[in-house]
Write a protein that binds this ligand. Structure first.
Ligand code: NAD
Length: 308
């Protein structure tokens, strides 16, 4: 089986932090990295910190870890395992990425950002290490085109579901140049070391599960607008009544992140050839309005529901 002792997760948002915790629990040392903040918080200013202070530079990943430990009590989040996660920022930790057996990209769902990161990674990547993207549905091949052949052979999609530690499914998406051996080794590793149910998917927009899931969520929103149902009514019938108390429509949107959901739906609409398909994946104005107000769901404290 492939040996993965050290991993680097780039992007410490909803998914990156959860994937890091999951790997740490399985015995892997993890560097959890995010951007360097561009502005100080009011608290940092009051404490006389500058943007150069390490606590500020590492703040995004460190805060993500603190949030995880608050929201995932033991035994799901075990402090003994958490010490295997080192939070930091990509700029200061850049050279150490060469030590990673597996680099997982979990940054914002935008092709140009992912391509720019991968192109930069190529200079530090140790040949042989696996590089993967947690994209919800952006073309793996379009990302692979931003790097040369050697890295492309070791690059694939490893799509975890939210929350990564509780959702057993991982979709593996090879690009055209991904070595078959890498796909087989990662499938084995994810099944045996993480206990996942792995499905190898084709590189189609949103792959398999999100293609269906996004369609269902958008169809629900459109029916709701047509019939005048409330958020509570929709969640009552799509959640508890179906025996899924935590995965009702709007609870799910808040958990996923409304901005991420808009990118994921746009990804299918933007690549659709059939006008009917483009219409089915069109995002309603209410969602884009909420995102422009900064109502992104649980991660911003306010989405369809307010976090108390
Ligand atoms: P998020 O918005 O919660 O977090 C993204 C993080 O990436 C942010 O903390 C941001 O600061 C950081 N970032 C952006 N550019 C960066 C860069 N160049 N270098 C380092 N860090 C950078 O997003 P998320 O929900 O965690 O999604 C991450 C990825 O996982 C996306 O591709 C998304 O489509 C996918 N995904 C999301 C879900 C979900 O339910 N949210 C589920 C499966 C897959």
């Amino acid at each position: 089986m492939r040996t993965i002792r050290t991993a680097a997760v780039i992007g410490s948002g909803v998914m990156g932090a959860g994937i890091a915790a999951h790997l740490a629990n399985a015995g892997v040392r993890v560097r959890l990295l995010d951007r360097v903040p561009e502005r100080l918080t009011a608290q940092e200013e009051a404490a006389g910190r500058s943007l150069e202070h390490p606590d500020v530079r590492n703040r995004l990943a460190a805060d993500a870890l603190a949030r995880l430990s608050r929201t995932n009590p033991a035994p799901f989040y075990d402090e003994r395992y958490a010490s295997r996660i080192e939070p930091g920022n990509v700029e200061d930790e850049w050279e150490r990425l060469a030590e990673a057996d597996w680099i997982i990209e979990a940054i914002t769902e935008r092709l140009e950002l992912k391509q720019a990161l991968l192109a930069r990674l190529e200079a530090v990547w140790t040949p042989g290490a696996v590089v993967s993207s947690n994209t919800s549905g952006i073309s793996i091949e379009a990302m692979a085109q931003s790097v040369g052949e050697p890295m492309r052979r070791h690059f694939l999609g490893t799509h975890f579901f939210n929350p990564p530690r509780y959702m057993p499914l991982v979709e593996l998406i090879p690009g055209a140049a991904t070595e078959a051996g890498i796909v087989a080794e990662m499938k084995e590793w994810l099944e045996i070391r993480l206990g996942k149910g792995v499905v190898v998917a084709k590189d189609t927009p949103n792959f398999i599960a999100n293609r269906i899931g996004t369609f269902g969520l958008l169809a629900t929103l459109s029916l709701m607008a047509e019939k005048g149902y409330s958020v509570e009514e929709i969640d009552a019938v799509t959640g508890p009544a179906l025996g899924r108390p935590k995965s009702a429509t709007f609870r799910t949107l808040d958990l996923v992140g409304l901005d991420t959901f808009v990118h994921v739906a746009d990804n299918v609409a933007g690549r659709a050839v059939d006008p009917e398909e483009r219409r089915a994946f069109a995002v309603p104005a209410i969602l884009t309005d909420l995102v422009s107000r900064g109502w992104l769901g649980e991660k911003s404290g306010q989405g369809y529901y307010k976090k108390v």
